[in-house]
Ligand binder design. Structure first.
Ligand code: NAD
Length: 349
């Protein structure tokens, strides 16, 4: 029997997670919830996905002629698991209701870590989270950092991590966010919260992060510096990065890609839905070792990188898959996720 999933919040993250659930052999999407009667609500209805809304918003949807399947409470009464994809900080206000309906809960990185039993990243702690009642999939930046760190931790002991995050100003659909013409210290006081967020999953790590926001909507870029306890081999690191699921390695001399714009364009050429890149992209030529140190650039597509982790988190709380390898196999196959070297002609190969 399939596990029944509700998605509360059908925005950037919610609609991607909902689409991904529809592709899983062991899950059933019983509905999505939205508070605004807009184009996304119309999309759900046109796809035949049952649309649920807050009680006090029912008439607003009905006045616009949008067919509604019921209230959020109706949706929860049918679900085994709810994926909360409400705007950051709003999920915690729903926790009591989710508990009342006895549904397991998956939250997003915009919530405080205390909202859930554990913060989650598939490559780092899947097995430790099996059967949890609630999990929080960490933010896009943290998910990207954790994919890298948990891959490298299998090779060497990490002594310290220092990262500068160059963050996108807004998602493409957002009209009110910035900066439009500035490099904004984000935040001015260091370190930024991203390092602390990494520690919510792998506590035992010396990490400090700094972040600036720049006027772009495509992706984040991280400049990562890592110190290991022993001399690092570039070949060994490249070998690990090209064989780990959900990491693609972009070779600039082969592809000509040396910016998020070109990477984004190459993704558009692949014909992927929404030109998404749920994989973490590492720029091969930037991977440099000197003694015990490693430095590199990586790119994170903020809108889609957490989609596979949400699917895995559902499998973790419901014990649908006993190991990270098992859930990664199903999730990555159904979503068409790649690993290895990125070739411009053949898309991600
Ligand atoms: P969003 O604003 O795009 O989507 C939020 C959705 O929730 C909208 O559809 C909105 O209509 C709906 N909503 C608002 N109030 C509601 C209510 N009371 N009941 C039902 N629906 C309601 O937000 P997002 O970017 O998808 O972010 C969701 C979460 O994911 C946040 O915690 C965020 O921090 C996190 N996250 C976002 C990104 C990103 O880049 N956008 C990346 C990783 C994680």
């Amino acid at each position: 029997m399939k596990v029944k999933i509700a998605v509360n919040g059908y925005g950037t993250i919610g609609k991607r997670v909902a689409d991904a659930i529809l592709k899983q052999p062991d899950m059933e999407l019983i509905g999505v919830a939205k508070a605004k009667p807009d184009y996304a609500a119309l999309r759900a209805v046109s796809l035949g996905i049952p649309l649920y809304v807050p009680k006090d918003k029912l008439s607003m949807f009905q006045e616009k002629g949008i067919t509604v399947a019921g209230t959020i409470e109706d949706m929860l009464s049918k679900a085994d698991v709810v994926v909360d994809a409400l705007p950051g900080g709003k999920g915690v206000s729903m926790k009591q209701l989710y508990d009342e309906y006895g549904v397991k809960q998956i939250y997003q990185g915009g919530e405080k870590a205390s909202v859930a039993e554990r913060s989650f990243s598939t490559l780092c702690n899947y097995e430790e989270t099996l059967g949890a009642n609630s999990l929080r999939v960490v933010s896009c930046n943290t998910t990207g950092l954790l994919r890298l760190l948990c891959t490298l931790r299998r090779l060497y002991t990490i002594e310290s991590v220092r990262v500068t995050l160059i963050r996108r100003a807004a998602d493409p659909k957002e009209v009110k966010k910035g900066p439009v013409n500035a490099i904004k210290l984000n935040p001015p006081k260091l370190p930024s919260h991203h390092g602390e967020d990494v520690k919510t999953v792998i506590g035992d790590i010396d990490i400090m992060t700094a972040a600036v926001a720049v006027p772009t909507t495509l992706m984040h870029v991280h400049q990562v510096n890592i110190r290991f306890s022993e001399r690092a081999s570039r070949d060994k690191i490249i070998d690990a990065l090209t064989t780990t699921p959900r990491i693609i390695v972009v070779n600039t001399s082969l592809t000509g890609i040396q910016s998020t714009a070109e990477l984004s364009e190459a993704l558009r050429d692949t014909g992927r839905p929404r030109s998404d890149m749920p994989e973490l992209a590492i720029f091969e030529e930037s991977v440099t070792t000197q003694g015990k140190e490693l430095m590199l650039f990586q790119a994170v597509h903020q809108e889609s990188i957490v989609t596979p982790e949400n699917i895995d988190a559902i499998r973790a709380v419901t014990r649908l898959a006993a190991t990270s390898d098992e859930t990664i196999r199903i999730t990555d196959e159904t979503l068409g996720l790649k690993k290895g070297l990125y070739f411009i002609a053949g898309g991600v190969g």
